[in-house]
Design a protein around this ligand. Structure first.
Ligand SMILES: Cc1ncc(COP(=O)(O)O)c(C=O)c1O
Length: 683
């Protein structure tokens, strides 16, 4: 058994050409890497693998001058190059060390090799879950595993990122995750961009002495003493090359790798009913097999799924994330509060501060109470309305959450007692007559009309004013459910936008940029009834969400965010409208809604099934890097550039759609995934 380190080095690099041989303290980067690998106690041979291209003659010359074994192979098939090198030199196991990591630590290399040698695996690495800084990457694997990957890997990303096939197939290979006693996975020490080289050179300037090696601990101590050093390259994206390869594969029509999503679904189904906590985020809404089903992380408006594919996201967690994912200001507010505590045995002064902000901004708000979900807020509003009026019936218009009083009006009414269902009624939006009829039929019985002041269809002139008059006339309270419109249409909600003031209102979603917080606000005399009834939960005053909400609302106000969302949303909406016109899609697609939140609807104008059409759009958008849910919940992170990119994707996908429709094709035959389903069906 010959333990060989194979270093695949070449001069071509789009982001930093020739980086392999760029000098650090007077020696080429590759020289430093080789010196560090030489200090490993386990490695018996170092092989440089490069391409046959003339520009890599320099790398070959480097190997010759330094007495290193050399293999020159295929330029494009990097996996083949690695495999042929291993076979040529009888390497087994193979220690894969990348040439752009001049901070490799022989101690870390040996730790990973030892874990591999301990047995029970085909592949061991410290890169599966980064605990060491990125840039100390070591992978050790058997020749047999490499051979299987070489034979079976098909996707371009798997041929280029040579161990990805092994890593993505825990079903085929025994994989060992080697972790260190650290949490430094966010450090970026490999050299991809000029800023990385600058960082590494700065580290070497401080620590390098000829003939000696400095290791991980010394670099960590240096960064602790000089925190500014780590800032040099903090903006560089980790593993950008691999992620780009996956994205391009998606864009250029390759198969989108979704294995982990499907694996998560299989696992979730056995322990979680519906495999999700939220219907609208579940596999029923995203086409199984062609659209991602589970998320790993998100940043701005870019969501990365569990397979490492990245998408532009317009759902933004179903509206809450109005400033973008992982927003530094909100993170900072949460972190600052976290250091002081999360929940306490007494109310927190942040409750007062946030209540004061809501009272200042929202027309109907004279007092406020907090909950965790929109459903908390709407249900509390209904309860207080019943207590205040002494009436039992409720009229609903829109969607208001999961509680009995509302869900009993839908097709998902199972488990709701008949007696409760009989007290709730629905009316269509923009239909004053229907409301008037209902209020007449249940004279002096209706405690409240609760409605979304607007969904995607604008109110007809006089409608909201009419509802206000009718409810006042009948002694019925008017509750605006502003869970979606709040902090999106206007800082004071749709009530400020339309100038119609309800008695009570419910807020949620965007008010915390993703932290779980909701609010019931309203007239003092009604809100004071809460003193006598019961709305009280352990986490109502949870301070991280209160801090996040205050920071979100202040950011929205100070940066005039809502105006910006209107402008950018208008650009997107107009762009989609133009595409629909230009491509002649009027009878199969429409876009509705105010610019801050628009929805694309699939229509059955040509006899097609809208759910099949939605699934097809999702399939084609996902392949191009767009997570299509049908709605555009605008956020700060949806920059002009993101909107243009989205419109380019829509152009391609809508073109495919119209071509298929014109050719009379059954879209179902073009689907490679499952057909998505509505959350509620028509009763
Ligand atoms: C208008 C409206 N009201 C209430 C709710 C319920 O909010 P939650 O899901 O946070 O309980 C929602 C959720 O989507 C909503 O859109």
């Amino acid at each position: 058994m010959k333990i060989s380190a194979i270093i695949q080095a070449r001069m071509g690099s789009t982001r930093l050409p020739g980086k392999t041989l760029l000098p650090i303290e007077g020696k080429p980067m590759l020289w430093h890497v080789v010196e560090r690998v030489r200090r490993s106690a386990h490695i018996g041979q170092i092989v440089i693998a490069t391409t046959r291209q003339s520009q890599d003659d320099e790398v070959a010359e480097f190997a010759r001058v330094h007495g290193l074994s050399l293999y020159r192979g295929d330029e494009h098939d990097v996996l083949d190059r690695l495999y042929q090198t291993a076979v040529t030199y009888g390497s087994n196991p193979i220690v894969r060390v990348t040439p752009d990591c001049p901070l490799h630590d022989p101690v870390v290399i040996d730790a990973v090799v030892s874990e591999y040698l301990r047995g029970g695996c085909d592949y061991a690495s410290n890169t599966l879950n980064y605990t060491y800084p990125e840039g100390l990457d070591v992978e050790v694997f058997s020749l047999k595993a490499l051979e299987r990957a070489w034979k079976e890997a098909r996707k371009p990303s798997e041929r280029e990122h040579v161990t990805s096939y092994i890593r993505n197939h825990p079903d085929l290979f025994r994989i060992k995750d080697v972790r260190g006693p650290y949490q430094y996975g966010t450090f970026h020490w490999s050299v991809d961009e000029p800023a990385d080289l600058e960082f590494v050179r700065a580290v070497y300037r401080h620590l390098y002495q000829e003939g000696a090696i400095f290791g991980l601990e010394e670099v960590l101590a240096l960064l602790k003493a000089h925190p500014n050093l780590a800032r040099i390259n903090e903006a560089v994206e980790i593993n950008a090359g691999y992620k780009k390869a996956l994205r391009e594969e998606a864009v250029h029509g390759g198969v989108l790798p979704l294995d982990r999503s499907l694996d998560c679904l299989a696992q979730a189904e056995s322990v979680i009913p519906g495999a999700s906590q939220t219907f609208s985020k579940s596999w029923t809404q995203f086409s199984r097999g062609v659209s991602p089903l589970f998320v790993e992380e998100a940043e701005g408006c870019l969501l990365t799924d569990v397979d490492g594919n990245r998408y532009i996201d317009f759902s933004m967690a179903l509206c809450p994330v109005i400033l973008g994912y992982n927003h530094p200001t909100i993170n900072e507010a949460i972190a600052a509060q976290l250091r002081k505590g999360i929940v306490f045995s007494l109310p927190h002064r942040l409750e007062i501060e946030l209540a004061q902000e809501l009272v200042r901004l929202i027309p109907c708000a004279e007092m406020a109470l907090f909950g965790k979900n929109g459903s908390d807020a709407t249900s509390a509003a209904v309860r207080v309305a019943r207590a205040h009026t002494g009436r039992d019936h409720v009229v609903a218009c829109g969607y208001h959450g999961w509680h009995d009083w509302y869900i009993g009006t839908t097709t998902r009414a199972g488990g709701v007692p008949k007696a409760v269902r009989e007290l709730s009624h629905s009316v269509p939006y923009n239909d004053l007559r229907a409301l008037e009829g209902l209020l007449e039929m249940h004279r002096r019985e209706v405690a409240a009309v609760i409605m979304e002041p607007v969904g995607v269809i604008p109110p007809v002139p006089g409608y909201l004013e009419g509802v206000r008059e009718l409810t006042t006339h009948h002694g019925t309270l008017l509750i605006f459910d502003e869970v979606i419109t709040g902090f999106r249409m206007h800082l004071g909600g749709a009530q400020a936008f339309f100038g119609v003031v309800p008695d009570l209102a419910a807020f949620g979603k965007a008010m915390g940029n993703g932290m779980p917080i909701a609010a019931i606000v309203g007239r003092r005399e009604i809100m004071q009834v809460f003193n006598d009834i019961f709305f009280s939960t352990t986490f109502g005053g949870e301070a991280l969400s209160l801090a996040a909400s205050l920071a979100t609302i202040r950011y929205l106000e100070e940066h005039n965010v809502i105006d910006m969302l209107w402008r950018r949303g208008a650009k997107l909406k107009e762009g989609v409208e133009r595409l629909i016109q230009e491509l002649g899609l009027q009878d199969i697609l429409e876009i509705q809604g105010y610019p801050v939140r628009t929805v694309v609807n699939c229509l059955d104008g040509r006899g097609g099934d809208p759910w099949v059409m939605k699934s097809y759009l999702q399939q084609e958008c996902a392949r191009r890097g767009l997570l299509y849910s049908g709605s555009h919940n605008m956020s700060v992170a949806h920059t002009e550039e993101m909107i243009e990119k989205t419109l380019r994707i829509y152009r391609e996908v809508f073109t495919l759609l119209i071509e298929a429709v014109k050719a009379g094709a059954d879209l179902r035959s073009r689907l490679r995934g499952a057909v998505v389903q509505p959350v509620f069906r028509k009763a």
